[in-house]
Design a protein around this ligand. Structure first.
Ligand code: ATP
Ligand code: MG
Length: 437
């Protein structure tokens, strides 16, 4: 993409309304614009990152055997009356009346909707287990929408739902999601720590939140120091194998969100205790028959008796992750994207657009990189070098390929790695080989 043609409305001034760094940087880098409180439009640069995050989430869900569907944003209130949550949910739910005076709502989550689909489609335990997910916009009329996309009112969530005939089956599904979440966040360059959590309005008795530690996190959390020091990666997973020992390896160590903290255990940990602030990027719940009983979602069990489905639900804050990744990865100059979610891999900077040699060289590099399948943002604008450097650092692409007349004379360019700030000069061919590898 040529920057001269790209819609990238960057801001020089720091927007006064933004309290935390990710919100400031997302506005300054032209990624989003606020529509109304907690509701955002995604501009090209931000949308590319959102899509990359969504893709990683999708790939890891698919790998774990979860099947993608798409449910609507608008749901009938009657389903929520059946579960009892229409009244319980309170003012966070956006309630809508259609032209026929039917009560509808903009879904804050989809347990009722999926239970309804399931109860009409599945009759026998033989059709179980099933794991389904969708990636869809949610609406929660938060009292205090803030921090940009981190606590929005409209936000993109991946939510999965598991259906099993008994509790051991449900725990197998829970473990699959537990491991899939570790892998998902790891691929985004995040260390998300699984912590014991309260289930809140979703209900149920087993639940973990996945939190990344950051000073701007909204809640105080505590965990064993091992989580900070060790790698959380779970490699080469056989999702059909026994995952319990793997999950136990994580849950055996102390890690708790604010409601679940245990002063006695924390005292025992002594120096191994870390207290920090956390951002919740994912949350998994086992809630048994809470919805299946109230909504009559039953199957014929092996003995022919009707039995209520054992269920769980599993959420990832896809749009929140855009902000969370920035909170975890930035410096004074701007964003530092991990390569896996970066909007482009390479920024190509032509430092002298009125120099025919530079233009020809850059056009050629641009064609070669694109030919090799590399996503490039080509700064071909007639701007000062200082402006170009500042904009590239702000938008945080992993690599900058800097082309100027002086280097070109000897056939060299500069390759800056955004993360380390290192900017070695090298022959153009070497640079191309490195960036297309
Ligand atoms: P929180 O405690 O932050 O309000 P929650 O526990 O109510 O979140 P869940 O129902 O667990 O949220 O939703 C699953 C995921 O969706 C959360 O882990 C979070 O990443 C994301 N999420 C929840 N609320 C919001 C929001 N208002 N804006 C952006 N993302 C959100
Ligand atoms: Mg939660």
């Amino acid at each position: 993409m040529r920057l001269s043609a790209y819609f990238l409305p960057t801001l020089k001034e720091t927007p006064a309304e933004a309290q935390i760094v990710s919100h400031r940087l997302m506005l300054r880098a032209g990624m989003v614009r606020q529509s109304s409180a907690g509701i955002y439009s995604w501009l090209p640069l931000g949308f590319r990152v959102l899509k990359n995050i969504e893709r990683i989430v999708r790939e890891e869900q698919d790998a774990a055997g979860c099947q993608e569907i798409l449910m609507p944003t608008i749901q009938p209130a009657d389903l929520w009356r059946e579960s009892g949550r229409y009244d319980d949910y309170g003012p966070e739910m956006l309630r809508i009346t259609d032209r026929h005076e039917r009560d509808m709502l903009y879904g804050p989550t989809n347990e009722e909707q999926i239970t309804d689909i399931f109860r009409h489609s599945v009759r026998s335990y033989r059709e179980l287990p099933k794991l389904l997910y969708h990636i869809q916009w949610k609406f929660r009329d938060e009292v205090r929408p803030r921090f940009g996309v981190m606590r929005g009112r409209e936000f993109l969530m991946k939510d999965s739902y598991s259906f099993d005939v008994d509790k051991p089956g449900a725990m197998r599904a829970y473990n699959k999601m537990f491991i899939a979440y570790l892998r998902t966040f790891e691929r985004m360059g995040l260390k998300a720590i699984p912590m014991r959590a309260e289930s809140g309005p979703i209900g149920g008795d087993t639940s973990h939140e996945f939190l990344i530690l950051a000073d701007t996190g909204e809640s105080e959390v505590a965990c064993h120091r091992d989580f900070i020091d060790a790698d959380l990666v779970a490699s080469d997973i056989d999702y059909e194998g026994d995952l319990q020992h793997l999950v136990d390896g994580f849950t055996d160590k102390y890690a708790a969100t604010d409601d679940e903290r245990d002063p006695a255990k924390e005292k025992e940990l002594g120096d191994a205790l870390v207290i920090a602030r956390g951002i919740e990027v994912g949350h998994i719940f086992y809630f048994g028959t809470k919805y299946s009983k109230s909504m009559g979602a039953v199957v014929a069990g092996p003995d022919g008796e009707e039995t209520a489905l054992e269920m769980g639900s599993y959420g990832i804050g896809v749009s929140r992750l855009v902000g969370a990744i920035i909170e975890a990865s930035h410096d004074d100059a701007g964003i530092i994207w991990p390569e896996s979610v970066a909007p482009f891999k390479v920024g190509l900077l032509n430092l002298k657009t009125d120099d025919d040699g530079c233009v020809a060289a850059c056009d050629d590099i641009y064609a070669k990189l694109r030919g090799a399948g590399v996503e490039v943002l080509y700064d071909d604008r007639p701007e000062r070098a200082g402006v170009k450097f500042a904009d590239m650092d702000l938008i945080g692409l992993p690599w900058q390929l800097v082309v100027g007349p002086r280097g070109l004379k000897s056939g060299t360019v500069e390759v800056k790695e955004r993360k380390t700030g290192e900017r070695p000069e090298m022959p153009l061919e070497t640079a191309l080989a490195q960036l297309t590898a």
